[in-house]
Write a protein that binds this ligand. Structure first.
Ligand code: GAL
Length: 641
């Protein structure tokens, strides 16, 4: 399927005098933008007092923007409930793990479990859908669920809803006591209403309890979103989206993704490198102006999967996704906020298109001279003069006219990604640094360094058809559909470490893990390792952080220096019994890719490749030019053929 790739921006008409809206709209259209997102923080101007609706200005703003030929994405304003909402619902605030209410004065202060606030959110959404539903081209629900650590709330509303959730899930208190193993430390309950939220316990809470609270909190996000989606659908056929984040794992994005037509995400490569990645100081310094070579691509591939709706998957197998907010220059919120290298904004835009984005929208149109984000760049400076990114957006807009078809195709390699596993790893990490995302991201990076393009798949996917190599690291509990897909697949499948390690309630199952039919591997013990005690592997490299002792009759692929097996293989199934360092991972993935009939190549460190249906994109993420396959690729440069 071929789509026309488009550009957009995020605009806040309520921040600027009405007299300049028309000029702004004209400049957006002249720049070659198609989309403009508005409205997502405007509640205090849409309803300055309860019931006092002032939609007339938004009407005029939409008129001006659509009049200039732009398509409008309207955001529901529910991430920023106005101050009067607190007077109406004093107990709507989210409460942090220390029991402190999160105060008014920034954003995302609501608790997902507060039914009074949820009703307010549905009410304003319905009113907007009724009024604007046929005039706008797409919707965004709320803004960045999870931002500022806002998924889990320890409020009374959350506790009440949690007790009700547990009752629905377990039926009887005996069933819950058994499932959680509450006999341990005399934690048994007599009634559901005795169960508290798992914060402020003397030492760690029961991991089953903690995991269940994370599942519940994720469900509350999905319920909140579904209520808005329903309110919109009653009045509007326009597609609905939500803008997700980088490395945000507190709720299951596949669950919300199923409710909507489009997944979008907010890509801030330089901010993420600084505050969301474990990497050496040298790595952070090298990529400070370009961003990590794999972090954006990982999320592009992830959100392509989140945007994939089951009904559509049957027809084209590919999800609809956008970058809703693209960093255009320095941001304001990371520990350090450097400017990108010249050319980087164009580069990031093309990288997103190469991974299948329908649209890349720049955040924001004009830099705000007031409030929290004053030093966050826009396409325009506060004085309306074009900022550095403006010319780069213009370049992409003109390149798009000539652009080869960015046709997407199924990748040869699949990587399973599971939000619930990240919760389980967080609840029971067993060692500092043992983090699910980090493990999966290491694997993803390892694949990309071999020049391979990757599809990310959800943990409940029922088929692996068409893939030659499948990686399933750290998925704590394999779903039944995935077990069946593994059994039916003829791909090379690499599992572990910590794959199928726990039951649904987070117990160690018997027979002992990983218990995969056809793979004779039994984990007899696990240990975690200090950063300064990696375990060397015979052919080079090491395991680090997490290490499993296995009993196996399978063919041993890798052993430590004492001869203990580290990786073993039965037919197409392989198991990796530890967290590999870079050298071990490179060898393992290279071997697996060759066994799968792929042609892995060791790329220069800054080069990454993305193969689409017909086009091969080659990106140089480094600050210097690189010679690659007869081309000189400039810093922040790319080629395609
Ligand atoms: C995003 C958010 C925007 C803006 C931006 C600044 O996380 O959705 O509203 O705050 O960050 O980089």
């Amino acid at each position: 399927m071929s789509l026309k790739r488009t550009l957009g921006t995020c605009y806040y008409p309520e921040h600027w005098p009405e007299e300049i809206w028309a000029e702004d709209a004209r400049r957006m259209a002249d720049l070659g933008l198609t989309w403009v997102r508005i409205g997502e923080f405007a509640w205090s101007r849409l309803e300055p007092a309860p019931g006092d609706l002032r939609f007339d200005w938004l009407d005029r703003a939409i008129d001006v923007l659509t009049g200039a030929g732009l398509k409008v994405v309207l955001g529901t304003p529910t991430a920023t409930p106005p101050r009067w909402m607190l007077d109406k619902h004093p107990d709507m605030l989210a409460v942090d793990a220390l029991g402190n209410p999160r105060k008014f004065g920034s954003r995302r202060h609501y608790c997902f479990s507060h039914s009074g606030y949820r009703d307010e959110a549905v009410r304003i959404t319905r009113l907007l859908a009724e009024r604007f539903g046929t005039r706008i081209a797409a919707w965004q629900t709320d803004n960045e669920y999870g931002c500022h650590d806002s998924v889990m709330s320890y409020s009374q509303a959350a506790r009440d809803a949690f007790c009700a959730y547990l009752k629905r899930r377990y039926g009887t208190i005996e069933a819950l006591n058994t499932a959680w193993g509450n006999v341990f430390w005399s934690m048994e309950y007599d009634r559901f209403d005795q169960i508290d939220l798992p914060n402020l316990t003397v030492t760690e809470p029961n991991p089953s309890h903690a995991l269940e609270f994370r599942r519940f909190s994720s469900d509350q996000v999905a319920r909140f979103n579904a209520a808005q989606v329903d309110a919109i659908r009653a009045f509007s056929d326009a597609p609905i989206s939500h803008n997700y984040m980088g490395r945000e794992l507190a709720f299951d994005h596949f669950a919300t993704g199923r409710q909507m037509e489009i997944a979008t995400w907010d890509s801030y490569p330089l901010g993420f490198l600084e505050d969301r990645l474990e990497a050496s100081a040298a790595h952070k310094a090298r990529y400070a102006r370009q961003g990590d070579p794999d972090f954006q691509a990982f999320h592009h591939d992830l959100y392509r999967a989140v945007g994939r709706r089951p009904a559509e998957a049957a027809s084209d197998g590919l999800g609809r996704w956008w970058v809703m907010e693209q960093q255009p220059g320095p941001v304001n919120w990371a520990p350090h906020n450097p400017a990108p290298l010249p050319g980087m904004v164009r580069f990031w835009t093309w990288e997103a298109f190469a991974h299948g984005a329908d649209c890349v929208a720049y955040f924001r149109w004009r830099q705000a001279p007031f409030a929290q984000e004053q030093y966050h760049a826009g396409l325009l400076r506060p004085d309306s003069v074009a900022a550095e990114a403006f010319a780069e957006a213009a370049q992409v807009a003109s390149e798009l006219k000539e652009m080869p078809d960015v046709e997407q195709a199924q990748a040869p390699v699949a990587l399973i990604f599971d939000y619930a596993s990240s919760w389980a790893w967080t609840v029971q990490p067993q060692g500092a640094g043992c983090d699910y995302f980090r493990l999966v991201f290491d694997m993803y990076r390892g694949l990309r360094k071999l020049g391979l393009s990757v599809d990310i798949l959800p943990p409940h996917c029922g088929t692996l058809d068409g893939y030659k190599l499948v990686l399933i690291p750290g998925v704590i509990t394999l779903s039944e559909p995935l077990k069946q897909a593994i059994a039916a697949s003829d791909a090379q499948i690499l599992l572990g470490p910590r794959t199928n390690a726990k039951s649904d309630a987070l117990h160690i199952p018997v027979p002992l893990p990983p218990n995969i039919p056809g793979l004779d591997v039994t984990i007899s013990r696990i240990e975690t390792l200090r950063p300064d005690m990696p375990v060397a592997v015979q052919q080079g490299g090491a395991v680090q952080l997490w290490r499993e002792q296995i009993e196996t009759t399978a063919q041993v692929l890798e052993s430590d220096v004492t001869g203990a097996p580290i990786a073993a293989q039965n037919g197409t199934l392989s198991y990796l019994a530890g967290w590999p360092d870079e050298a071990l991972l490179a060898r393992l993935l290279d071997r697996a890719a060759r066994q799968a009939g792929l042609n892995p190549q060791t790329l220069p460190p800054d080069i990454r490749i993305r193969d689409t249906g017909k086009t091969r994109f080659i990106f140089n993420h480094g600050p210097e030019a690189v010679e690659f396959e007869g081309n000189t690729i400039p810093p922040a440069g790319l080629t395609w053929d």
